[in-house]
Structures are given as C-alpha cells and as structure tokens.
Write a protein that binds this ligand. Structure first.
Ligand SMILES: *Cc1c(COP(=O)(O)O)cnc(C)c1O
Length: 377
C-alpha cells in the first residue's frame, strides 16, 4: 500500500538530540528553543516568535491574548481543522463561520465583511494547503473595523503573499498574530510542535507571561525585574529542548525538504493535466506562492469521490478526504446560526488528497497518476 503520509526524518535530528542531552538543559526555553525562534524571526521577518507544544496551543494563546468576553464573536472559516475554532470557543467566543471560495478551499474574502457585527473581535484566516488568502483584502477589512487578524499558518511554512504594493511577505508575518504547526503531517515537524508569531508589539509582553505559566519569568531572565512571580493567567505552552533540538535538525535542511516537495507537487500537476477538465486541479492565485504542503483534487460530486477512493484502494493507493465543515459538526451545528456555507460543504464532499511525503518515489507517483488517468477514461 502506498501510504498517504510518512513523516520525514533526515538524520540531523539525532545529532541535535544528543547535543541537547550533553548540554543537560532539557526543559523549555534553552539554546535550541532560542535558535529555532531566531531562525524564524530572521528568515521570515516575524517581529517575535515563541515555540509552543502545538499549533492548537499557539491558537489558545491567541484566544487568551484577545481577552474575550462571553458573546464576543470570532470569524473562522468553516472548511478548516477543529483547532482553528476550538481555542476561541474555550475562551467563550461565539464562532461565526465563513464560507470557502468557489475556486479555492480558502476563505472567501469577499464574504467576510457581511459577517461582522458589533461583537466581532477577530478574524482567523487559514491559508489552505499553504496557499495564501488575499491578505490585502483581509487586512483592509480588519483595519476598518478594528479587528485582530490571526493567521492559522499550520500548513504555511515557507510560503509567501505578494500584495498590491508589489512587496512579497512571508505568511505569518502579515496578521497581528500567527500560528504554525510542526505536527508529523506538516512539511517541517517535531512529531508534535508549534509556533506563535507576534507581529503586533502590544501583545508581546503578555504573550511571554502566558507562555511561562502566568509568571514574569522572561523579564526576570532578562534582568528587568529582580524576582519573578504569578502575574496573569497562562499555561505550560513551551516545549522541551528535546522537541526544539529535533526541530532544529529539520530546519537545517528546510530548503532541501522544500525542493523535494515542490518537485513532487509539480510531477502530480504535470502528470494530471490530461484530466484537468474532468477533475479540478489546485489553483495557485498570482499573489500566492506554492509551498507544496499537499496535492489535492476536486471531484464533481460525493459519489465520484467515493468511487475514486475505492478505485485507488483496489490498486494499493491510500488517498484521503479532508475537513468536514465545522458549521455542520456534531459539536457546533446547534450553535451555528449563520449563513449557508455551500462551498465549504462542496469541498467536504468532493476534495481528495493524494499521497504526499518526501520519500514518495517517482515510480510510485507515476503509478498514482496512471491510476487517476485510467479512472477518468
Ligand atoms: C494541523 C493543523 C492544525 C493543528 O496543528 P497541531 O500542531 O496538531 O495543533 C491547526 N490548524 C490547521 C489548519 C491545521 O492544518
């Protein structure tokens, strides 16, 4: 069976794990944590970063930073992973779901403004498959309504957006806050792991406190106060040095990992051109780059997708569908009272992800492409 995903390990991780063990500082916020954080700040121009134990945790920090009151609203795309909404629900927010675009599973920027009320506090955007939303439109709406923009960049490492000013910016560096995932299914991973990006200065000092279990320990270590104590809410959001050391091993070969993934993506895209009128291939808008997080196709209907999954399975290929619209989820369907999200529902029923991982061989990929062409003929 060709699996759908296989976490990539390049061998550098073990070297850094051993190094961390010999240094002996194994709890959080040691040299590897600082190395990783500096890497992201320097390479992508993020104002301030904090490693976290997951993207979900980083989103929880965002929810705490918003200081939500019961009944406050947060706009979240319906076609996304549970975590994009969950963190805000736990802080008492009401989630207002936004639909996907007709031509792309990402949020329909044009529909966001009609969802804003006097209770709206923030907009969460998810760059689906690592392909940017139209951030000029979103930042303009947020600016006019005084809302915080949180980029859920779980899948968006090393991806960029070019705005109407012609400047190319890294995803995660545009919104006020952003979150990344280093879960084993993402381009760069540490088994489990995440990152909070803080681009808006006003959130930095409180984010450091939330990260360190509600204490002002960060200020203490910088010598800004002479003792530290409990000053706010928080949790243990920081990962151990073992996680950071593993992640550093991955970051050392980020460019090679990305080059391999982009070649894999392009082979699918070239190989599937003959069926592009029968099965929709992914769209990369002009303002977005492709970070080769995944390769997905969109079938005409649910039945066609089910048949295709069965066909691929019968020849030893594991292809999987993706999100189930959150506005129709068992947990939220009774709480949701907004618009219909017809495109999110269509992607729920019709989108299919093909096997995608660094060690996917060219011959296996050719077999997958041939099976798809055969299905369509
Ligand atoms: C993977 C993913 C998450 C969750 O990441 P964790 O690190 O597992 O918490 C959140 N949002 C999106 C869009 C994801 O794809």
């Amino acid at each position: 069976m060709i699996p759908f995903n296989k976490p990539f390990v390049n061998g550098r991780e073990m070297h850094h794990l051993q190094e961390a063990l010999s240094v002996g500082h194994l709890s959080g916020n040691g040299i590897y944590t600082k190395k990783c954080q500096r890497f992201f700040e320097e390479r992508y121009g993020y104002r301030k970063t904090l490693l976290t134990t997951s993207c979900t945790d980083a989103l929880e920090m965002c929810a705490l930073l918003l200081k939500l009151n019961p009944g406050d609203e947060v706009i979240v795309p319906s076609y996304t992973f549970v975590s994009s909404a969950l963190a805000f629900v736990r802080e008492g927010a009401r989630i207002v779901f936004a639909d996907s675009r007709e031509d792309h599973p990402g949020v329909d920027e044009a529909k966001i403004e009609s969802l804003i009320t006097s209770r709206t506090k923030a907009i969460v955007v998810v760059h689906y498959a690592g392909v940017s939303c139209d951030m000029d439109v979103i930042m303009d709406i947020a600016g006019r309504h005084n809302l915080v923009v949180i980029e859920d960049c779980a899948k968006s490492i090393d991806s960029y957006y070019t705005g109407s000013d012609g400047i190319r910016r890294a995803l995660g560096g545009i919104g006020h806050l952003a979150t990344f995932s280093f879960h084993a299914t993402k381009n760069i991973h540490a088994g489990e792991g995440g990152l909070l990006v803080i681009n808006d200065e006003q959130f930095i000092s409180r984010a450091e406190v939330l990260w360190e279990k509600g204490t002002n320990r960060a200020e203490y270590f910088r010598g800004e106060v002479n003792k530290y104590g409990w000053v706010d809410v928080g949790s243990s959001f920081l990962p151990s040095e073992l996680t950071a050391a593993f992640l550093w091993g991955q970051l050392e070969t980020l460019d090679e990992i990305q080059a391999t993934r982009k070649a894999t993506w392009q082979r699918y895209h070239d190989g599937l051109q003959p069926i592009k009128d029968k099965i929709r291939l992914p769209l990369i808008p002009d303002y977005a780059t492709n970070n080769a997080h995944m390769y997905y196709i969109v079938c005409r209907d649910f039945e066609e997708r089910s048949n295709l999954i069965d066909h691929l399975k019968s020849v030893g290929i594991s292809a999987v569908f993706h999100y189930l619209s959150l506005h129709r989820s068992p947990y939220y369907k009774d709480k949701h009272s907004g618009s219909e999200n017809v495109h999110a529902d269509r992607y729920t029923e019709c989108l299919l992800r093909l096997p995608f991982y660094n060690e996917l061989s060219v011959s296996d990929q050719q077999k997958i492409i041939a099976s798809l062409l055969e299905f369509c003929s």
